[in-house]
Design a protein. Structure first.
Length: 82
């Protein structure tokens, strides 16, 4: 990540994968890098899911927490800025 993000703790899993305790898709973070930067800049609407290409992402920035979720495929990024 570039810019103001020093560290981002992430989960790029569907809820089912998370429940199964599979490894995080760290390589998938590259797909979300531009979107994370946009969200950090305050642009939280109009982003398409980079995983499925179908859903419009639900994005929020609350203090140090970044949440990006696709309602179509269920993938999400939940990160804490550190």
């Amino acid at each position: 990540m570039t810019g103001t993000v020093a560290c981002l703790i992430i989960s790029l899993l569907t809820l089912d994968e998370l429940m199964d305790h599979q490894e995080e898709d760290v390589e998938g973070l590259a797909l979300y890098e531009d979107i994370v930067n946009e969200v950090l800049a305050g642009r939280t609407e109009g982003h398409k899911c980079p995983a499925c290409g179908q859903g419009e992402l639900e994005c929020s920035l609350d203090g140090e927490r970044v949440l990006i979720r696709c309602p179509e495929c269920g993938r999400f990024l939940d990160g804490m800025l550190a």
